[in-house]
Write a protein that binds this ligand. Structure first.
Ligand code: PLP
Length: 378
């Protein structure tokens, strides 16, 4: 009761708050003053180059968001009707939509309960002669085991799209996530390590794919006759205003990642003692935990995550549910895409997982309060 009363005086603690510095604002102002407010102009190119350097890739193509990056990636690889693409079941719907929009079929892999990434041991059972690619998504915490995935792709001669939207700054062994895929994608939405407000990027080492992605981003304008277009593209361009913010944010990436990890570790050290919940640990053999979000999985199944989220909100604490599995999505069920109906792990995470505040300025006193309420509720 005491905790509840004191919570009334507290300001609501949101899950995420973007960190915008004075330098961020002045770099945006500079672009506005110069007048380069659309996608033509220097900042987009500078952002792409700086990004390539950061993750050690040859080419980057800045786009309007991470979903657009995935759509371009799938089309650039020539994926079309009757092709199959393997994707995680526990992920953002953008993975499935990018495949469906090319009239191809997403094939689901259930997730692993300890890492929340897809269960790599299930992939080869789903490969057949229609399989053209795997989308591997690094979910919330850890890198996927890329050596294993690359081996499978090589053996079956299929493409790899790496969705690194959530893990900018994380390494698999000693190599940056987002540097493994034939095409790798990122998002710069407000809750990401680096934000452009909205934004995304595709990275690759393949010059031909780079050119195709660049063309798809910009309506596939004709090479000899500009307004005679070569393919069905999009306007998925990033603006210089977004890029200016991205350039400045990218300079702070190492600090941001360190801070995210320290917040995650703090929560883990205190909360993992509670036997009724599971949290991903600070590291596994091939990856540190980036704690993009600090996820909590309810183990005793006594109460659903949706109920806990409501109760946390009453105590002035923001919390969000985990991804809802692809096979249970209303729209995807209507489209009758998935044959196998049971994916127990993804279903479990969807019902019993949620994440708690972990923005960069979150202090120990707020975290202690959040920890005490979680221990009270679960
Ligand atoms: C793994 C993953 N991929 C793709 C996206 C889509 O990015 P955006 O929101 O920029 O379209 C997200 C969004 O958070 C994501 O978590």
């Amino acid at each position: 009761m005491k905790t509840k009363l004191s919570s009334n005086k507290r300001k609501f603690i949101p899950v995420s708050i973007p960190q915008i510095s004075k330098e961020d604002i002045s770099s945006i102002n500079k672009v506005l003053k110069k007048g380069w407010i659309s996608s033509d102009g220097p900042e987009v190119k500078i952002f792409e180059n700086e990004f390539s350097k950061k993750i050690n890739r040859k080419y980057s193509i800045a786009v309007s968001n991470g979903t657009a990056a995935l759509e371009i990636a799938v089309k650039a690889l020539g994926i079309k009707k009757n092709d199959e693409v393997i994707i995680p079941n526990f992920t953002i719907i953008s993975n499935a939509l990018a495949v469906i929009k090319q009239n191809a079929k997403p094939v689901l892999i259930d997730c692993d309960l300890k890492t929340w990434n897809m269960n790599l041991d299930d992939i080869e059972k789903k490969i057949n002669k229609r399989t053209k690619a795997i989308i591997v998504t690094h979910i919330y915490s850890f890198a996927n085991d890329m050596d294993k995935i690359l081996k499978i792709c090589k053996k079956h001669k299929i493409f790899l799209i790496e969705d690194a939207a959530e893990v900018l700054g994380l390494k698999y062994k000693n190599k940056m996530c987002g540097s493994f895929g034939d095409l790798s994608t990122f998002s710069f939405y407000a809750n990401k390590q680096v934000t452009c407000g909205e934004g995304g990027i595709i990275s690759t080492n393949n010059q031909q794919l780079y050119k195709k992605c660049k063309s798809l981003r910009n309506l596939c304008f004709g090479k000899t006759q500009r307004f005679n277009h070569d393919d069905v593209g999009w306007n998925y361009r990033m603006t210089n205003i977004q890029a200016a913010l991205g350039i400045n944010q990218l300079k702070r990436l190492d600090k941001i990642v360190k801070k995210k990890m320290s917040i995650g570790n703090y929560y883990y050290n205190k909360l993992s003692k509670n036997r009724n919940i599971y949290m991903t640990p600070p590291r596994i053999s091939y990856s540190k935990n980036i704690y993009w979000v600090v996820g909590i999985l309810i183990m005793n199944k006594k109460v659903l995550a949706s109920k806990i989220i409501k109760n946390l909100n009453r105590y002035g604490i923001g919390a969000r549910p985990f991804f809802w599995p692809m096979h249970s999505q209303n729209i995807l069920k209507k489209l009758k895409i998935f044959s196998k109906k049971s994916y127990p792990n993804a279903s479990y995470l969807g019902k019993y997982g949620f994440y708690i505040p972990s923005y960069l300025k979150l202090n120990n006193s707020k975290m202690n309060y959040i920890i005490s309420i979680i221990n009270k509720l679960i």
